[in-house]
Write a protein that binds this ligand. Structure first.
Ligand code: AMP
Ligand code: ZN
Length: 117
């Protein structure tokens, strides 16, 4: 079933509390935690509790949950007092996606280059 936990998914395990993470914010529908390999002073991942492989699959199946995810990014940026920040959804292995449970990277606290690498 779409949205159901997947046995082999690292981020489902974090949602279930089976893998530790530095959680910064939780709602009924989302969990946010610090990236284990931070690429900026603030590097937080926001995920839905439900398992979807990428942002488009989430938005197609549960648009309100996709909105929850985006609203959570703003709240985390506010908590870390970020005036500017970058939200990244890597989609597909070729774009650098390594965990196939949709996650928004929130990156901030330093200058950002464009285009990204
Ligand atoms: P992506 O490459 O876009 O799929 O992002 C996956 C992110 O998850 C990477 O930035 C990893 O550093 C991060 N990551 C992997 N394992 C963990 C973990 N156990 N706790 C927190 N972040 C993790
Ligand atoms: Zn998952």
């Amino acid at each position: 079933m779409p949205g159901e936990p997947q046995d082999d998914c690292l981020f489902c395990k974090i949602v279930e509390g089976h893998v530790p993470a530095t959680i910064v914010r939780e709602t009924e529908t989302t969990v946010a935690f610090r990236d284990i390999n931070p690429q900026a002073p603030t590097h937080v991942l926001v995920i839905p509790r439900a398992h979807y492989p990428n942002a488009a699959a989430l938005a197609a199946a549960e648009p309100a949950l996709a909105a929850d995810l985006l609203l959570a990014t703003q709240e985390i940026a506010d908590e870390d007092k970020l005036e500017s920040y970058r939200i990244v959804f890597n989609t597909g292995a070729g774009a650098g996606q390594t965990v196939f449970h949709v996650h928004a990277h929130i990156l901030g606290g330093r200058g950002m280059q464009w285009p990204p690498g």
